[in-house]
Design a protein around this ligand. Structure first.
Ligand code: ADP
Ligand code: MG
Length: 384
């Protein structure tokens, strides 16, 4: 953190008013459920975006990223505007979009100097973008005394990403980064944003949750999100419910029998069953039986692979190789078509499983995956 403050000093010629941190996240279970007003269970990673920030009152917004390097991006808060098509702001659209969203909502943000540095891998499905947005939002909330709640900040950060950056993401990433706590997973109801911290202390249970970053992103994924979303909405309409979240798992077979379209039927089966898996995972965690969660992860993967069809060969291989090497269970996490998988494994077998996945990737001719433990960590906070 002191490095980030020192870098800020070198860039802007004075010490920052403060330093804040916000984590990336990984989703344990509940995939493609958030735009169906359903349930998700993410946890915060130890990897964080850190922001050294000073407030300004002259309308000037200056932004810098240690990872991007180059010069300072200077903007005028009054003229910030979502640009149609590809954002001309580049990476700066994420923090600038937060300033824009806050001002749009009537909050008096009159400028800032910002220096960001992040350890969240980018584009790996671990929400480096949400970490950037949430850390900016929290810093501005404190410096301008806005008094916004954590969910309030998350919603504005999501608005920045949807309307300013132009990415149609749900609210899970920002909620996880803003609201998660150490040693817990965040049980989030995406309909009303109510949430509960679910104990997920893996170390105490002799368990380890590995993240396998496949380091690939298939172009196929680009239109798939919108297509799955439209299919789910068609399913909800056909079933006469506001969202698929309103179809109880106990009535799934009846619901499926009422759907003519084979694709829509598969999507509905995934969403309703994954909402149900979230509830079953939580019941296991509340009962102090995290080992049994593994089987539900693997079941969730099969549903994403076969019904929603958003997996890819690298993700399938990560899951298969981990399970063959003795993992308790594994699934792809995030939007799919690349990105990361999560693997639940006994702590004393974690290295063996990680090595087996690496070996399987090498044999398949895939690039070496990045593998690291996902220790459930703290959400956004002031650190200096
Ligand atoms: P993910 O959120 O899964 O990592 P996204 O595509 O949503 O992937 O967000 C990645 C983008 O966020 C990057 O392309 C970059 O524009 C921005 N970003 C993330 N981290 C940084 C950083 N440290 N500095 C500048 N931009 C960043
Ligand atoms: Mg993102």
């Amino acid at each position: 953190m002191s490095t980030v403050a020192a870098e800020f000093g070198a860039l802007y010629g004075a010490a920052p008013d403060g330093v804040w941190a916000a984590p990336g996240r990984v989703n344990l279970i509940g995939e493609y459920t958030d735009f169906n007003e359903g349930f998700v269970l993410p946890l915060a990673l130890p990897h964080t975006a850190v922001a050294a920030v000073s407030r300004r009152d002259d309308g000037v917004l200056r932004l810098h990223s240690a990872e991007v390097g180059g010069g300072i991006v200077q903007l005028d808060v009054e003229t910030l505007e979502p640009l149609s098509g590809a954002s001309g702001y580049g990476w700066a659209a994420y923090p600038a979009g937060v300033v824009w969203a806050l001002r749009e909502a009537g909050h008096p943000v009159t400028g800032a100097d910002v220096h960001l540095a992040s350890t969240v891998p980018t584009g790996a499905g671990l929400s480096s973008s949400a970490a950037l947005e949430v850390v900016t939002a929290l810093a501005l909330n404190d410096l301008f005394g806005l008094g916004l709640s954590r969910p309030g900040l998350a919603v504005l950060a999501q608005r920045a990403e949807n309307a300013f950056v132009g990415v149609p993401c749900g609210v899970m990433d920002q909620m996880a980064s803003a609201c998660a706590t150490e040693g817990h997973a965040l049980y989030l109801d995406t309909r009303d944003l109510s949430y509960r911290q679910v104990p997920f202390d893996l170390t105490a249970r002799g368990l380890c949750l590995l993240v396998v970053d496949t380091r690939v992103k298939h172009a196929l994924g680009d239109g798939a999100y919108a297509e799955r979303r439209a299919g789910c909405e068609a399913g909800a309409r056909a079933l006469g419910v506001r969202a698929l979240r309103d179809v109880p798992a106990t009535q799934l077979s009846d619901a499926l029998a009422r759907l003519d379209d084979e694709t829509v039927r598969r999507y509905v089966r995934h969403v309703v069953s994954d909402d149900d898996r979230v509830e079953r995972v939580i019941a296991l965690l509340d009962a102090g039986d995290p080992h049994a969660v593994g089987a539900l992860l693997t079941e969730g993967h099969a549903s994403l692979r076969d019904d929603l069809r958003v997996s890819c060969p690298e993700l399938d291989l990560a899951v298969e190789a981990a399970n063959a090497a003795g993992a308790l269970g594994a699934r792809m996490t995030g939007g799919g078509f690349g990105g990361s998988a999560v693997v639940l494994v006994a702590a004393d077998r974690a290295e063996e499983v990680a090595a087996a996945v690496g070996k399987a990737f090498a044999e398949a001719g895939f690039a070496a995956p990045g593998v690291f433990p996902a220790v459930p960590s703290a959400g956004a906070r002031r650190v200096g």
